[in-house]
Design a protein around this ligand. Structure first.
Ligand code: NVA
Length: 401
């Protein structure tokens, strides 16, 4: 069982002989891309996860239609799915430490039904949404969703204090940029709450903060205050590529630009996903110079518009996972995600990547086309809660030792 604790924990290992191969010179946080050798990692925790409860227009904009009635206040995910998800997360943590010598941190266990002054939160399984390392700065997201307002503090507050303490003791220059706190009424849904229910299968054009550059589509949040999830951004050296989405607005992008250290910059990719929420099932960099992308959400032309991809090998996934029926469909429901979640893999380094074990077609393609070594791990119950390996992690240190 997952121990109940009020303090953040490092992953324990079941092997008494195991000694992590962590160099003492390793910084506390330092990452500038998504593929350099991973040396330190935060992995989420599923216990007590609830279906996120946001206004109906947001659920319609971002969630698959089949399960939308589940997104009610204080409605827990099925207990067996949460228990299995925790087993998968624990196993993932064990493999990262034992096989790859990566230092792994775990968040504290939170009873999400008791957070947000009793109105409930969501999960501790998706830390990528709330935290991002840019160089030696840890940035906390200004989350759009009300049910996630306290998520970072509740699940990762102790962890953030601990890494700050570690950095101080080592004399490192590390910065943690906590999000501004909204106390009282949030304005981010103003003008959007009275939208008609409409056909639950139809995407509702809810826009207030305006069309994005490539479509006339509007968003489920307005632009009255900064809002962004870190999972709408990815690091490509000093260029951070991001997208506007139903949880990320222009003020959120401006805020991120203002708090990241020099010389990092943020560029927006014009994606064409009506349900946009998190960029990490749209693009997947495998290594310096090679990127896989979802061709129904972004074009090669749009990617090439960004200097950082100038000489890159840009590869569309050559099949549409949404059109596949395969063994994956026997698994627990993907309540919150499309089948493009297959791209939500996590690189250990430029040659090795962690992929959900049922995604055999994808795994073989990575091996044959790109010479990758694919680490296949079970994660379908974590997928059920809203993400895969990339969502469930925050890479704290990447780079050669
Ligand atoms: N919202 C994305 C998943 C992002 C990890 C999708 O459903 O495809």
């Amino acid at each position: 069982d997952t121990p109940s604790s009020t303090t953040p924990q490092q992953a324990s290992t079941t092997s008494p002989t195991f000694k992590p191969t962590v160099a003492s010179t390793m910084p506390t946080i330092s990452a500038s891309n998504e593929w350099s050798p991973l040396r330190s990692l935060l992995i989420g925790r599923a216990s007590h996860s609830l279906f996120p409860s946001e206004p109906p227009h947001m659920t319609r904009a971002t969630m698959p239609s089949a399960h939308r009635s589940q997104f009610r206040s204080l409605n827990p995910f099925p207990a067996h799915i949460v228990a299995k998800a925790d087993e998968e997360l624990d196993n993932f943590a064990r493999v990262m430490t034992e096989r790859f010598g990566i230092k792994v941190y775990r968040p504290r266990e939170v009873d999400w039904a008791k957070t947000n002054m009793g109105t409930g939160g969501y999960t501790g399984a998706m830390p990528r949404d709330g935290l991002m390392v840019v160089g030696n700065t840890m940035v906390e997201a200004c989350m759009g969703w009300g049910c996630r307002r306290d998520e970072v503090e509740d699940a990762y507050g102790g962890f953030l204090q601990m890494i700050m303490q570690e950095a101080r003791e080592r004399g490192e220059s590390v910065r943690i940029c906590r999000a501004p706190k909204i106390v009282g009424r949030d304005s981010v849904y103003d003008g959007l709450l009275d939208l008609p229910d409409g056909d639950p299968d139809e995407h509702v054009d809810v826009g207030v903060h305006g069309p994005n550059e490539s479509s006339e589509m509007g968003w489920a949040i307005n632009n009255t205050r900064p809002a962004f999830d870190c999972a709408d951004f990815m690091r490509f050296g000093t260029t951070i590529i991001g997208q506007l989405s139903h949880v990320t607005n222009r003020k959120g992008v401006d805020y991120l630009r203002a708090v990241i250290p020099e010389p990092y910059t943020v560029e927006l990719l014009n994606t064409t996903d009506d349900h946009a929420m998190h960029i990490d099932a749209t693009i997947l960099p495998l290594r310096q110079g090679t990127l896989i992308y979802c061709p129904t959400r972004v074009t090669e032309e749009e990617l090439r518009r960004h200097e950082v991809f100038k000489n890159w090998d840009l590869r569309p996934l050559p099949w549409n996972p949404e059109e596949e029926t395969d063994e994956e469909d026997d698994g627990p429901p993907r309540y919150m995600c499309s089948k493009w979640l297959v791209l939500n893999a996590m690189s250990v380094d430029e040659k090795r990547i962690v992929v959900e074990e049922k995604q055999e077609r994808f795994a073989r393609w990575l091996e044959q086309e790109f010479g990758m070594e694919v680490v296949r791990l079970p994660f379908r119950h974590v997928n059920s809660l809203g993400g895969s390996f990339h969502c469930a992690t925050v890479d704290l240190v990447r780079g050669e030792s």
